[in-house]
Unconditional design. Structure first.
Length: 570
């Protein structure tokens, strides 16, 4: 039951009790399961999965909900059913031995009805009632109802017996599945079962463009809100899985944590952090630009953080990707051996878009990864139109974001209108978009990377040269030459020219420095010579002055001596 609707109901109202089927996705679509104690009609054409759904309802009831069940077949024998479902891992013989289920084959002979001219279901009621009572069964399957009335042509008796059968099942208070073949213009051959059933489930097996798709639709469900769209379902080794893809809403939680791209220089272009955890990323570009290498390094980085990564490959085999990535120093095999990386490789034409979506949902639910890679999504155009691919990816992104799973898509860009539309259509869905393009100049082909958008974070608006080496991937810083941004050999040549010019300038500067030093030394030598000459002149001048002073002193002394002598004589 839809939660919003159930919250508005009065507490006094009785909620319709339901019996869970245990089938992945079906209980979600039906709002909890099939109507408890009431009959449900499962109808469809040949090969759509009616018997399998019914037997899974019985088996899962016994294994998961401890409810015993009776499977009454009017077409296949018990031994045939056991063989048919053994591939799903169901051991019907063991369950019967343990008295958890009972399989009963009833053969209706048309000639007996023709001979007696009478027909009633009393014998069936006795036989079925005994089986229900002996097990205390809560679940019953009647497969298929057309065989039960195959010899009856009287429509009034047929309608009366059908009504009596449905009433009897309700009185027994068993949750019942009745399977029926689809008729001409009606859901069943007789056209009455669909009206008297409380719940009608229609299974359809379609083939479009040589691609097979199985779909399930709840035609009616008395007393309960239910999903009304067509839902693809998958039959594999684990049984039936239904994906309620159209019931998703935009109410998922978001994270502010970051996950690294595995390329440090790219992280710097994304504000130094990388992408938001749980976001969706698109890497698009022409063939040979390194999209798969970016995806593989992103997956490897997730494994380095001890996170699980699920890699869906639509173009190359896992062995080919593993081998190719070794050339750039990435060992994906080690991640696989550690149980952190799992590949799922298949051609898009293997199944339809809806079946691919169901397979994605099932594998992601089973493996529980933190990171998912789809490489490349443009190959899906071979099994659907642009709008169908976009619709499928919208539902996948919503599912992954609801699980807080980071997803990276790669997309091939060609010079065609269709692929350009696809690229733009997908790019509008994702949170971040990296574009890798060929840049041809000077007779060579190089790669340039653009961050077209990255919602909610600061990111670089510059074009970076994207280089793939045996040591991994890196982005070369922007190099501006006289004529703009230079890449490849043009960048190398410009760098060499600038390095040569710098060396010449250094040499010229050194030569000037040496000339200046020589002149300085000559000048200092001259200054020293003049200083010495000045000191010599100064010394001569000082000598003359001293001698003159001594002469004066001697003369004064002599004068004084002569004066004293004259005085003594007188």
């Amino acid at each position: 039951m839809n939660q919003d609707l159930s919250d508005k109901r009065s507490p006094s109202l009785q909620v319709l009790p339901k019996t869970p089927t245990g089938i992945v996705g079906l209980d979600e679509i039906t709002g909890g399961g099939l109507p408890q104690g009431r009959p449900t009609l499962v109808c469809g054409g040949t090969g759509c999965g009616k018997t399998l759904l019914s037997i899974e309802f019985i088996v899962r009831g016994a294994l998961e909900f401890n409810e015993t069940g009776v499977f009454m077949a009017f077409e296949e024998k018990a031994e045939e059913l056991e063989q048919n479902v053994a591939s799903l891992g169901y051991d019907l013989n063991k369950l019967q031995t343990e008295k958890r289920i009972k399989i009963d084959h009833v053969h209706i002979a048309r000639n007996e009805i023709e001979e007696t001219g009478e027909y009633n279901l009393d014998g069936l009621f006795i036989r079925l009632g005994h089986a229900i009572d002996s097990l205390g069964a809560k679940r019953v399957v009647l497969d298929t109802i057309e065989n039960l009335f195959s010899g009856l042509e009287n429509q009034s008796i047929l309608r009366a017996e059908l009504r009596r059968l449905f009433t009897w099942l309700k009185d027994k208070k068993v949750t019942t599945i009745i399977t029926g073949e689809r008729g001409e213009g009606t859901l069943t051959r007789h056209g009455l079962e669909e009206y008297i059933s409380d719940c009608v489930i229609l299974l359809d097996h379609r083939v479009s463009n040589q691609i097979s798709t199985r779909l399930l639709r709840i035609v009616k469900y008395r007393g309960s809100v239910h999903g009304t769209n067509e839902y693809p379902f998958l039959i594999d080794e684990q049984g039936i899985a239904v994906l309620p893809i159209t019931s998703l809403t935009l109410d998922h939680e978001v994270s502010s944590d970051y996950v690294s791209t595995g390329i440090p220089s790219l992280d710097k272009m994304l504000g130094g952090h990388g992408f938001y955890k749980g976001s969706s990323i698109l890497v698009s570009g022409t063939a040979g630009t390194g999209k798969t290498s970016i995806a593989a390094i992103f997956a490897h980085e997730a494994c380095r953080r001890k996170e699980r990564c699920l890699y869906f490959a639509f173009e190359e085999s896992p062995q080919q990707i593993i081998r190719n990535m070794r050339s750039i120093g990435v060992d994906l095999q080690a991640d696989i051996n550690n149980g952190l990386l799992r590949f799922h490789a298949s051609r898009p034409t293997y199944s339809g878009l809806e079946m691919h979506l169901v397979a994605f949902h099932k594998l992601i639910t089973d493996f529980k990864p933190q990171t998912v890679v789809l490489d490349p999504i443009t190959n899906l155009i071979t099994v659907g139109s642009v709008s169908e691919v976009k619709s499928m990816l919208i539902r996948l992104i919503d599912f992954l974001q609801g699980q807080q799973i980071t997803v990276l898509f790669t997309a091939l860009t060609l010079n065609t209108i269709v692929n350009e539309q696809t690229d733009e259509g997908v790019s509008s869905l994702v949170d971040a978009w990296l574009l890798v393009r060929d840049i041809e100049s000077n007779g060579e082909r190089n790669r340039g990377m653009y961050v077209m958008k990255s919602r909610g974070m600061k990111h670089s608006n510059q074009v970076r040269e994207f280089v793939i080496t045996d040591q991994g991937l890196t982005l070369v810083d922007v190099y501006l030459g006289p004529d703009g941004v230079l890449i490849g050999s043009a960048r190398n040549a410009q760098q060499l020219e600038e390095a040569t010019g710098l060396a010449l300038r250094d040499h010229a500067v050194n030569r000037k420095d040496r000339e200046i030093e020589r002149k300085r030394l000559v000048l200092e030598a001259k200054i020293q010579s003049l200083k010495e000459e000045f000191e010599s002149v100064q010394e001569e001048l000082n000598k003359s002055y001293i001698e003159e002073e001594l002469r004066k002193e001697v003369m004064e002394k002599n004068r004084e001596q002569i004066t004293r002598q004259r005085h003594n004589e007188s």
